[in-house]
Design a binder for this molecule. Structure first.
Ligand SMILES: Cc1cc2nc3c(=O)[nH]c(=O)nc-3n(C[C@H](O)[C@H](O)[C@H](O)COP(=O)(O)OP(=O)(O)OC[C@H]3O[C@@H](n4cnc5c(N)ncnc54)[C@H](O)[C@@H]3O)c2cc1C
Length: 377
């Protein structure tokens, strides 16, 4: 079976965005409802299984393909993009260590997964889970207070971190079915932005899972997360920020070219200060695109600086997205302050990336450590 050509899945994606996702984006934002029908439409176009291996029945595509999908979705509906971003970030661990049944279900677009790393106790320091796994009666008992899980109660499974079962080490990973007894979603998500992504806290009280749900070896979870989850999450998060920036800059261009100063007989685009401010936002967006392309090229060719680029890219893009969002709000003036123009939703969505773990501050520390010869953690 040959890999579906990029133009095929991107054309399918564009069609779903136009017919289904973009028209509902305002409703998803206002209601905060999980965009279930958007996910169904994406599944119908085989986009949930895009990065699953072909031998499992998936699309067999890599990170570059997922990056394009997330960028396009983010500009249309940030909530839907974040749900898929988490699914694509969790899938590589399941591909590497999960059972054939779940791998196949993801590949067939029948299963949505996500990451359950952040905890109430260690907050954005995901590398230090406090939640526990304990042996008992042939099963494993999981207890946790997860502080944020995108698609909480909506995904079919959680890639779940805990302290190790019986060895020394920072972390063990599990594939936890979301319908397991003892799991509770602590209220509906009512966020500033990405309002439909269902990022609620989830608690686990005496959740029983089989030993076979362990992903990789006991105690090896942090290494696996750093190798398999982090590169996907960081690069896709940058693509997410880039998609929002492109949508914001397009909105600004629309405003400047169609809005007139009637007393001067000119559009706003014909005003030099407006043009210069717009240009700065355009350049910032293009800088992020160039950095993202370079990061993907570094990964693709195994370049020596690939890991460094990966550690840098989310901080570069997340901060740029916040700055560009603020710049577009200012440039478009009172028009942007009104919901109907659509800029304020993009602005709110753009603020999430910098506080998603690893946060910008954590990444600055990682980059400093990596370039000063210190261990990452
Ligand atoms: C929309 C959204 C979706 C999310 N989805 C998921 C998900 O699916 N799965 C998941 O596991 N998590 C998810 N998260 C959680 C996310 O990854 C972070 O863990 C969470 O946003 C951290 O919030 P906090 O208040 O606990 O941060 P805190 O850890 O309290 O940090 C608050 C601020 O302090 C800074 N800070 C913290 N420690 C240091 C330090 N040592 N030095 C300098 N500065 C520091 C941080 O950078 C941040 O700016 C999501 C978050 C958001 C916003």
């Amino acid at each position: 079976m040959s890999t579906r050509a990029a133009q095929d899945y991107l054309a399918a994606l564009d069609s779903v965005i136009e017919s289904t996702i973009a028209p509902r984006a305002t409703d998803v934002d206002r209601s905060g409802a999980f965009p279930r029908s958007n996910l169904e439409a994406l599944a119908k176009e085989r986009l949930l299984g895009l990065v699953s291996a072909k031998d499992a029945g998936g699309g067999g595509h890599g990170l570059a393909a997922a990056t394009e999908v997330i960028e396009r979705l983010a500009g249309a509906c940030g909530s839907t993009a974040m749900v898929l971003l988490m699914h694509y970030s969790a899938t590589p661990v399941i591909e590497a260590y999960g059972n054939a049944e779940v791998r196949g279900a993801i590949a067939r677009d029948e299963h949505l997964t996500t990451l359950a790393f952040s905890e109430a106790g260690s907050r954005s320091h995901f590398w230090a889970p406090l939640s526990t796994a304990a042996d008992g009666g042939g099963q494993v008992r999981l207890d946790a207070q997860k502080s944020w899980v995108t698609s909480a109660g909506e995904a079919d499974s959680y890639v779940w971190s805990s302290r190790p079962l019986s060895v020394e080490g920072p972390m063990t990973l599990w594939l936890v079915p979301s319908r397991s007894a003892g799991l509770t979603v602590r209220g509906a998500f009512d966020g500033l932005g990405l309002r439909g992504n269902a990022s609620s806290p989830v608690t686990a009280e005496g959740v029983q899972v089989g030993h076979d749900t362990m992903l990789g070896a006991d105690g090896a979870g942090l290494d696996i997360a750093l190798q398999l989850v982090l590169p996907h999450f960081l690069v896709l998060n940058a693509a997410f920020s880039l998609g929002l920036m492109e949508a914001l800059v397009a909105k600004a261009a629309e405003h400047l070219t169609r809005t007139r100063l009637e007393h001067l007989g000119q559009t706003l685009a014909q005003q030099q200060p407006h043009r210069a401010r717009f240009a700065r936002l355009r350049i910032r967006t293009d800088e992020v695109r160039a950095f993202l392309r370079d990061t993907l090229a570094a990964l693709d060719t195994g370049r020596e600086d690939a890991t460094l680029r990966v550690l840098e890219i989310k901080a570069v893009a997340g901060e740029a997205a916040s700055d560009v969002a603020d710049g577009v709000m200012r440039l478009c003036g009172g028009s942007a302050f009104r919901k109907e123009f659509g800029v304020e939703r993009l602005f709110r969505d753009a603020l999430a990336a910098r506080v998603m773990a690893p946060t910008t501050e954590a990444l600055h520390d990682f980059v400093g450590r990596a370039t000063l010869g210190l261990p990452l953690l």
